[in-house]
Design a protein around this ligand. Structure first.
Ligand code: KG4
Ligand code: ZN
Length: 343
């Protein structure tokens, strides 16, 4: 099945053409083309994504990205279905993608299917290099999804049996990175900036709190950690705020956030006797997090799956994958914007 997938849930306009084969137990994907137009430069002066600006950019970018992703008109006629993200995400952005997809579906007479952005991030482990797997058995698995909008821990019994076991009660971890970066006058998006700065700092300088690390559940909370950084910076003598101090604060904050994510994921992996640990979402680009989770997976003799950098941040390939998995299971999503769609 050739799937033309469209993703516009936040600030990336992305279209991909993917060939999907295999059944629900062993799906395979061949990427024919993929194009992502990032809007970072548009939103950077505002320090975050401005929904109406994002909508305007999507409207402008969609026809251009479509043209780029299709080598010629024939490529469109050769696709079997069109897939579009219906949620979660920013309402005006989701609608823009859905309307564009609906028009394309009408024009080409190809069926249109809805996809979940979160399922896209989750199933992106299917795009990870699985050749180096420690054992052939993948399931049960524990998946940590970390982005600017979500921090979710999932128990995956099989390719289609997925249960949410925990999530953040306030800020998403990516949001905390972005907010701490803003406090330190770093540009948006803050995650990569904090990581860069942290690599030059000492993570043991400030002992920031590790919220909920010892709680018996699998929920997270990052708002208290963010506020601790705010107070620490506020109480710091202005003269003491040297580049060295800035790097130390970034490193200490990152350490605290990573410690909580890794501790809870590892505990879940032990408790559920997981054969694999999966990491996805924009924050999965963070090397400190990847390294720490990879090390814990090794200790547990579990596989560790993390997709390539480009499939962690928002893209349309993962939307094609998510749409295919839904199609195989005949589990349809309504073709309307669902900003709060969850597992
Ligand atoms: O998945 P994504 O591209 O978009 C959402 O669905 O939210 O994730 C974006 C988030 C932003 O908060 C960004 O700061 C964070 O991922 N991020 C990082 C890194 N790269 C991106 N956070 C920490 N370290 C990074 N290297
Ligand atoms: Zn995302």
């Amino acid at each position: 099945m050739r799937i033309l997938a469209i993703e516009t849930s936040c600030d990336e306009t992305a279209i991909a053409l993917v060939e999907a084969t295999g059944g629900v137990k062993n799906p395979k994907f061949k990427i024919i083309s993929e194009v992502v137009a990032s809007q970072i430069k548009t939103h950077r002066p505002w320090g975050g994504v401005v929904p109406m600006l994002a909508k305007r950019e999507h409207e402008k970018n969609l026809p251009v990205v479509l043209k780029k992703s299709l080598k010629n008109e024939k490529a469109l006629s050769k696709s079997d279905v069109i897939a579009v993200t219906v949620g979660p995400g920013l309402d005006p952005c989701l609608w823009t993608g859905i309307e564009f997809a609906k028009n394309l579906s009408k024009k080409t007479k190809k069926p249109l299917i809805g996809a979940s952005h979160l399922e896209g991030h989750l199933y992106s482990f299917l795009l990870a290099n699985r050749k180096k797997s420690k054992s052939k058995k993948i399931f049960p698995a524990i998946a940590l999804m970390v982005s600017g909008g979500h921090t979710i821990l999932l128990y995956i019994e099989s390719m289609t049996k997925i249960k949410k076991i925990g999530e953040t009660r306030d800020d998403a971890v990516g949001e905390a990175f972005d907010k701490v970066a803003k406090m330190m006058k770093l540009p948006y998006p803050g995650g990569p900036e904090i990581e860069k700065l942290a690599s030059k700092g000492n993570s043991e300088t400030v002992n920031f709190p590790r919220p909920m690390i010892y709680h018996k559940n699998y929920d997270f909370s990052f708002s208290g950690l963010k506020t601790s950084v705010l107070y620490y910076l506020r109480d710091l003598n202005k003269k003491a705020f040297s580049p060295k101090t800035k790097a130390d604060v970034a490193a200490s904050f990152q350490r605290a956030a990573v410690d909580v994510l890794v501790a809870k994921t590892t505990r879940a992996a032990k408790e559920f006797k997981a054969k694999s640990i999966m990491l996805s979402g924009g924050v999965a680009a963070n090397q400190a997090l990847r390294k720490a989770l990879a090390a814990e997976s090794r200790k547990l003799k579990a596989n560790f799956f993390v997709p390539d950098f480009k499939y962690n941040t928002d893209n349309a390939v993962m939307i094609a994958v998510a749409a295919y998995m839904r199609k195989l299971q005949k589990k349809k999503l309504q073709l309307k914007s669902q900003p709060n769609l969850n597992f």
